[in-house]
Write a new protein. Structure first.
Length: 93
């Protein structure tokens, strides 16, 4: 299917991911926890508009419910990953 080449595996409605993706934070060298990965996956399942709204909220230092149990470093990891995902997704749209 042609659209498989442009779909984002972590955004709802796209191809489901086949493996767990580990994130790294260059500033701290910390690998993400399972909770961070699950948070990112859950946010992405809500679709592009919801992810964009989450990015805006997090950039405004608003703690969205999906990340309230995460540490500040983990929240930053979520934000960075969401921005990276949308950058790739938007560049292919």
């Amino acid at each position: 299917m042609v659209e498989q080449g442009i779909e984002n595996p972590r955004v709802g409605g796209s191809i489901p991911s086949l493996a767990t993706i580990f994130l790294s934070n260059a500033a701290t060298g910390i690998l993400s926890s399972e909770q961070v990965t699950q948070c990112i996956d859950a946010l992405c399942q809500c679709g592009c508009d919801a992810v964009r709204a989450t990015i805006v909220a997090m950039e405004s230092r608003i703690v969205v419910p999906q990340v309230e149990t995460l540490s500040e470093a983990e929240r930053l990891m979520v934000l960075q990953e969401l921005k990276a995902i949308m950058a790739v997704y938007d560049s292919r749209s």
